[in-house]
Design a protein around this ligand. Structure first.
Ligand code: NAD
Length: 509
């Protein structure tokens, strides 16, 4: 085993994390927020990393009102100038990639390569946003009236509220925040209470960049209880957009509350991702993609591979290879460079996995490998031979459980694949053109993401990311996802000197 290459105290010092930290910031930190204290624990050891003082209602009010004021000026800065500032944030993230990535690992439990990978995604989306800041294009259209010019413009919305999940504690914020910032919005972040320190570290990085430009209130943070702070945020009419990433259960509530005040929401909810493997697939590619997709981040990605549909001819060899590969997964301290799978985020997550496995067994699933709790928050990744009609297959159990299901006919496999409430990511492995096109056609995968010969996890920032059905329908990150952070305005300028009325109406006085 390699030695732990990070001293925790050095890491915390480099990122300016104190033993006790404020959890409310609008550029300046509120010194003693009133929402009580939470502890951030290392899931690998159970040790305390640091404490956080949460925002209470008065602190929330203070942060929102400062963000509202800041928006008035920020929206008037030309978008390419805002892009320049986002570029500096990207550069600061580059400078802190190793430390911030290690803090993600320490606090959340994903392995170091994944922690650093998450920070790389932040850097990538910052770069994307810089380019985007010069491309917030509107359309022009030909007016039916002479001497009239018609066009569309995109204006900033105001405050974008970002509620993030524990499993991507910093990347999800950046997918929203970097884009929202170049669009001219201010950002108010409520991170998961499981991962407050990574949020504080990111806020401090932003503060330094913004301070150099004499700016405050553009990037804001409230760490606080779901009730009242989360509830205040989703109910707040001053926050026109809520971008929520988390479970379908909480997301459904958020959607209802935000819709009730006619606000906008971007919903990035649970997944239940499947891969269909055809007989002609390359088993070596399948094995690597499935192993990374199912075991990576200890099965705690929204895009984790949870269901593997194997055509009968290839099923025995892939199943056997997977059992062998699962035996070799190095489970341990995620801060060790050689570890492949770290712990689950907390003991509740372990209990939920064990409960789920109980249902799997009751419904006739055959555990081919794993299925046990090891110690603390560590579990063994689990392979299950399953039948397609088992109700548990419709659930997202947020843990490393992979169901293997054999099929004989592609239409049947697609039917089973789509027969779950969620619709995030999907993949097919094949070299057959017709199978490929069938999977990508209107009668193929019903997910937001459908890949060929790469797995379900590891989306690039350049594409719009999100899923259908119970995954919520939101899109964020690349492509034209920026439009959700702005309001569209249609403009007509009459330079004709005449007043022709629409629909040819004569309205004589
Ligand atoms: P969660 O739903 O428990 O919590 C998500 C966030 O919602 C947290 O910040 C939490 O504090 C907040 N929250 C809870 N109640 C709230 C309320 N009443 N008002 C406002 N905020 C509230 O999810 P989690 O356990 O942190 O994350 C795991 C889930 O997230 C999984 O279902 C996973 O699939 C999903 N996820 C989806 C994506 C995606 O892009 N589709 C990405 C990452 C995670």
């Amino acid at each position: 085993m390699a030695h732990v290459s990070y001293s925790v105290s050095e890491l915390l010092e480099n990122l300016h994390i104190e033993p006790v930290n404020s959890g409310a910031c609008y550029g300046d930190w509120i010194p003693n927020p009133s929402g009580g204290e939470i502890e951030s624990l290392n899931p690998a050891t159970g040790e305390l990393i640091a404490r956080v003082l949460c925002a209470g209602p008065a602190d929330y009010e203070c942060v929102v009102s400062r963000a509202r004021e800041a928006f008035l000026d920020w929206r008037m800065i030309p978008a390419p100038r805002r892009g320049e500032i986002v570029r500096e944030i990207g550069n600061e993230l580059r400078a802190h990639k190793a430390d911030l990535g290690a803090l993600v690992t320490l606090e959340m439990g994903k392995i170091l390569a994944e922690g650093r990978g998450e920070v790389q995604e932040m850097i990538d989306i910052a770069d994307f946003a810089v380019g985007l800041s010069r491309q917030l294009y509107g359309l022009t259209m030909h007016s039916e009236r002479p001497g009239h010019r018609m066009f569309e413009q995109w204006h900033p919305l105001g405050i974008a509220g970002v509620i993030s999940a524990f499993n991507f504690p910093v990347a999800v914020w950046s997918w929203n925040a970097m884009i929202a910032a170049v669009c001219g919005d201010c950002v108010l972040w409520k991170p998961s209470p499981e991962t407050p320190l990574t949020a504080i570290a990111v806020q401090k990085i932003c503060n330094r960049v913004m301070e150099a430009h004499g700016l405050k209130g553009i990037f804001n943070l409230v760490i606080g209880a779901n009730d009242p702070i989360g509830e205040m945020l989703i109910q707040d009419w001053r926050v026109p957009l809520i971008s929520f990433t988390g479970s379908t259960e909480v997301g459904r509530h958020v959607a209802e509350v935000v819709a009730g005040r006619l606000g906008r929401s971007i919903l990035e909810l649970g997944g239940n991702n499947g891969i269909i493997v055809m007989n002609d697939a390359d088993p070596g590619l399948v094995l690597r993609a499935v192993l990374f997709g199912a075991v990576g981040t200890a099965g705690q990605r929204c895009t984790t591979t949870r269901r593997l549909f194997l055509e009968s001819g290839i099923a025995p060899c892939v199943t056997e290879a997977l059992v062998n590969a699962y035996r070799q997964v190095r489970i341990g301290d995620p801060m060790e460079e050689t570890t492949l799978m770290g712990p689950l985020v907390n003991r509740r997550a372990v209990d939920r996995m064990l409960d789920g496995l109980q249902r799997v067994r009751e419904q006739g699933g055959e555990v081919l490998y794993g299925g046990e709790h090891m110690m603390g928050c560590f579990v063994r990744p689990t392979l299950v031979r399953a039948r397609p009609e088992m109700p548990v297959l419709k659930e997202e159990i947020f843990a490393p459980i992979l169901y293997v299901i054999e099929f004989g006919d592609l239409d049947e496999a697609i039917h089973w694949h789509n027969g779950v409430p969620q619709g995030l990511s999907s993949a097919m492995f094949t070299t057959n053109l017709i199978a490929t096109e069938t999977f990508l056609s209107h009668r193929g995968s019903d997910c937001g993401i459908a890949n060929i010969n790469i797995g379900t996890s590891g989306a690039e920032i350049g594409g719009a990311f999100g899923g259908e059905k119970d995954t919520g329908g939101g899109r964020e990150s690349g492509s034209d996802a920026w439009k959700a952070y702005m309001r569209r305005q249609t403009n007509t300028v009459n330079w004709s000197g005449q007043m022709p009325l629409a629909q040819g109406i004569e309205f004589q006085l």
